[in-house]
Ligand binder design. Structure first.
Ligand SMILES: Cc1cc2nc3c(=O)[nH]c(=O)nc-3n(C[C@H](O)[C@H](O)[C@H](O)COP(=O)(O)OP(=O)(O)OC[C@H]3O[C@@H](n4cnc5c(N)ncnc54)[C@H](O)[C@@H]3O)c2cc1C
Length: 504
């Protein structure tokens, strides 16, 4: 049994920012429990608007870009506060040792990524900025007294009378109870819950169901984000997301006829185009028979200066190591599930409706609306962590009188092996980038039937995944219009092509 003042589930950027700010504010008794690093090591771009930027950029412009890209669905109050405090997020990282690439004149290097009017994305040119943040912040946090518990999965939240009192942790085969009056969910997004994605394996998406089962209100659950420039071919590099900054560096998107198709709807060029717009226009090309052989379109970097390409070493080297020279050949790219904009509904302090339960980073929803600007998952992770810590420090936390609770986690490998793949197949079929009401309805019924008939409750993890998929299906069914990353392409009920059963 462990007892802390603040227990954080997850060890990605949102968790580190929360722990760092809490430490600065003098809060003691912080512990982090996690089973990996989530999406954080892969972060290439992180956005901050710095006062001396050369473009006349401002927090207000950043705020309006975020709301506009999200189809005005994002929570305005949260977005305003996040963008107003943008410099504070940057300074927090700097104080904890994170460094950013600079230009020859000493100014901070800014890249132009998807969805933004101006270049405002900070980076490193020798390694991924996410990797840099982990390497610098984690040892400093440990040295400051933050307990880091590695290889631990949080398997359920402990609640009592509408309050969170801790969580159950699994390390290897051992289960233990962790008690804390404040629990911060920093466990990332949907992961591979709905089939193939760019997420690493430690993000399972069951945490969405875990939060719901603890009584948390969830928001924007239909908004699974699809990264538009994931490489579909050649072999060896499939699944690698090409940075959307490549379009900011002058890359073109072309159809099989060589046409720069985005210019028809965006005459100013590909740089800064939102991810949803790229996905929608690329899909039109594929539908019109102008797509590339593997079902995507081409990213043409042949004319981009080699030194610029080399300043994205993880991307350039992976291509070159697989015999692919981006200055010689075009890349075939297409959409793949990549991040999640739904999650736990929070207030300005990143507190949920469950007393004591907070959510930061990708675990919380409501900021990005229907489409997330590139680089904003990382900035939101930092800003939400920082604001959450300030909220926690402001609110006096009463000492938790420890009442011991029995472990309520159930594990049935046979249920997991037999039922989970069925649920995931349904999720993947119904919740792709193009969705229709009939598939969503059929998917929802099929998942509910499985929950009712197949003893899903015998395995807590499977039950959490099932609950998560139900929430996403229901939200997607409910949103009948297309919005950003959620595209509804409904067909008349009589269309025989859609009179099909789900075979699972
Ligand atoms: C390939 C790739 C590239 C990306 N590039 C960018 C980019 O350039 N810019 C950008 O803004 N965003 C990018 N993203 C998205 C970004 O990585 C995430 O949105 C961001 O890392 C979210 O931070 P987080 O701390 O909320 O979650 P994560 O970084 O995902 O961390 C989640 C943490 O929770 C832990 N965890 C999960 N489940 C449990 C559990 N049950 N118990 C205990 N611990 C748990 C994980 O191990 C991890 O420590 C990228 C994502 C991927 C997959």
């Amino acid at each position: 049994m462990h007892r802390h003042n603040i227990a954080i589930a997850g060890m990605g950027l949102a968790s580190l920012a929360t722990a760092a700010r809490l430490t600065e504010l003098g809060v003691k008794g912080i512990a982090v429990y996690a089973n990996g690093f989530g999406g954080t090591p892969y972060i290439a771009a992180i956005n901050f608007v710095l006062p001396d930027n050369p473009y006349g950029d401002s927090p207000e412009k950043y705020c309006s870009d975020m709301l506009r890209a999200g189809y005005e669905i994002g929570n305005r109050t949260l977005v305003e506060e996040m963008t107003r405090r943008t410099v504070d997020g940057y300074e927090l990282l700097c104080r904890w040792g994170v460094t950013f690439a600079h230009n020859e004149d000493g100014s901070v290097k800014l890249r132009h990524v998807s969805g933004h009017t101006y270049p405002r994305s900070l980076c490193q040119t020798t390694q991924l900025i996410g990797e840099e943040s982990l390497k610098t912040m984690l040892p400093r946090l440990e040295a400051s007294g933050v307990e880091i518990h590695r290889n631990c999965s949080v398997v359920s939240l402990l609640t009592d009378d509408g309050k969170v009192v801790g969580f159950t942790v699994k390390k290897g085969t051992e289960l233990s109870q962790v008690y804390a009056p404040v629990v911060v969910a920093a466990w990332g997004g949907a992961g591979n819950l709905l089939g193939k994605s760019t997420y690493p394996g430690d993000i399972c998406g069951n945490t969405l169901g875990m939060a719901k089962m603890a009584g948390a209100k969830m928001v924007d659950m239909e908004f699974l984000e699809f990264e538009p420039l994931v490489i579909l071919s050649p072999p060896g590099v499939e699944g690698e997301p090409s940075p959307t900054a490549m379009l900011g560096e002058g890359g073109y998107l072309r159809n099989i006829e060589g046409e720069r198709f985005l210019l028809k709807v965006r005459p100013q060029g590909e740089a800064g185009a939102s991810k949803s717009l790229i996905n929608q226009e690329a899909w039109k090309q594929v539908q019109a028979g102008k797509g590339a052989p593997h079902g995507g379109v081409y990213l043409d970097l042949r004319h981009v200066n080699r030194k610029i390409l080399q300043s994205y070493p993880w991307f350039f080297n992976r291509l070159m190591n697989n015999g692919y020279d981006p200055n010689q050949q075009q890349l075939e790219v297409g959409p793949m599930a990549h991040s999640f904009s739904g999650g736990i509904c929070v207030d300005c302090n990143y507190a949920s409706n469950v007393q004591g339960l907070y959510a930061v980073g990708e675990a919380c929803g409501g900021l990005h609306g229907a489409c997330r600007c590139a680089g904003n998952a990382a900035s939101q992770a930092v800003l939400s962590g920082m604001l959450c810590a300030e909220g926690i420090a402001k609110t006096a936390q009463s000492n938790l009188k420890i009442v011991e609770y029995p472990v309520a986690y159930r594990c049935d490998e046979s249920v997991r092996a037999c039922v989970l793949p069925k649920l995931q197949t349904i999720g993947a079929k119904s919740l792709g980038i193009y969705r229709n009401g009939l598939d969503l309805k059929a998917g929802l019924l099929a998942v509910q039937k499985i929950i009712n008939e197949q003893n899903v409750a015998r395995d807590t993890f499977t039950e959490q995944c099932a609950q998560a998929i139900v929430m996403i299906l229901a939200a997607a069914l409910n949103r009948e219009e297309s919005r950003g990353t959620h595209n509804r392409v409904d067909y008349p009920e009589t269309n025989p092509a859609y009179e099909k059963e789900f075979v699972v």
